[in-house]
Write a protein that binds this ligand. Sequence first.
Ligand code: SAM
Length: 295
Amino acid sequence: MAVQEDGAYLDGTYGRGGHGRAVLERLGPEGRLLAIDRDPDAVALARKQLGADPRVRIEQGNFAEMGAVSAKAGFEGRFDGILLDLGVSSPQLDQAHRGFSFLADGPLDMRMDPSQPVSAADWVNSASERELSEIIWRYGEDRYSRRIARAIVASRGQRRIETTARLADVIAGAIPARFREPGKNPATRTFQAIRIHINDELGSLEQGLDASLDLLRGGGRLCVISFHSLEDRMVKRFMRRNASEDEAWRGLPEVPVHARAKLELVGRAIRPGPDEVRRNPRARSAVLRIAERVR
Ligand SMILES: C[S@@+](CC[C@H](N)C(=O)[O-])C[C@H]1O[C@@H](n2cnc3c(N)ncnc32)[C@H](O)[C@@H]1O
């Protein structure tokens, strides 16, 4: 992110604040940080950790709406860096009552922002078999998506599926033992798919990427860490598309400002090495991409 002492930074996914605080450590008294998270627990933690720091503003919200959220926080002008560290946080995964985990039994919820109207249980108990199998296939790439969808519909016909353990059992029962991926819980892919769908994670990412272009100052950096191939593809395409001039004008002598390249790629995708994965196994699928706003 090449943090400058007196710069303004947006952490769109505060989580437990590892990145946000690392940015803050590099800021001088004139530097500023806006921390956003859609999860009220993360926002409460941010207030506890950083609430007393006059350089920091904290807002609950979706980074898809980062323009409106930063205006609400009183941020004028543009940012020198925007960070999006996508997906779920460790506390969301580890706390059974948030309903993200097939390892710990809890209510089947999975909403990052519990005020969203539809929980995982609402969706799992009402979606058609076809919709279930499409989402499990699209976001989980589980080749048993059809079997799993059929098993969910059969099971909920007897009694609503209300807990993570029950859903994990239904999924496990749908996949014959000999077809299971070794070392991987058979519910992994389906849980991931339902989470991405319930939180409209790809829709938020698309909007957030677009919004970042107008909020970055020339030379400001957009840094995005993704954990899923569909997210990474979206980030990669967005950065590449904006790093070249509009096709309609390509090769012409005078290219108007709106059609010029808006971003310049900074290096290639960065992935964790074996040491980092050993220290932090949850980083194993992470990909960081960086681009700089053209002046
Ligand atoms: C991988 S964690 C971030 C961890 C953080 N960088 C840290 O160092 O602790 C992702 C966080 O982003 C939040 N989040 C995910 N999608 C979001 C969105 N569209 N808008 C705002 N926050 C989001 C989640 O609630 C979660 O707290």
